[in-house]
Design a protein around this ligand. Sequence first.
Ligand SMILES: [Zn+2]
Length: 138
Amino acid sequence: MRQFGEAERDVGQAMGRGLRCRCPRCGRGKLFRAYLKVADRCPACGEALYHHQADDAPPYFTMLIVAHVVVGGVLSMEIAYHPPIWLHMVIWLPLTVILSLALLPRIKGAIVGLQWANRMHGFGGDGEPQSPASVLKT
Ligand SMILES: [Zn+2]
């Protein structure tokens, strides 16, 4: 939660930097130290990134997007061309895997950027992460 006197954080910019797998604060340092492991601190600016709690949101949004693309593609292709089932498998199974693996870290980066910009889960710099109950009290 933003305290009086603290600078506004640009949500769109932070999410965009997260989409590029970069630190939401500076946009230079790598956000991840492994495929989906968020670095404890930004290697460029030192911003603490361990506060994130992306949890199930990245896989949820990844499945939402990939399912719409793949199911829409399968149905459109089937209606238009009636291809054999093996052709569907050759096209859509690899595309599903590739899209999922490509989108997952980017979406996680965007979620971390969103949390950072909104000062959620300790990103506000006031120490301990806030629980939903303590946010409701203020
Ligand atoms: Zn940084």
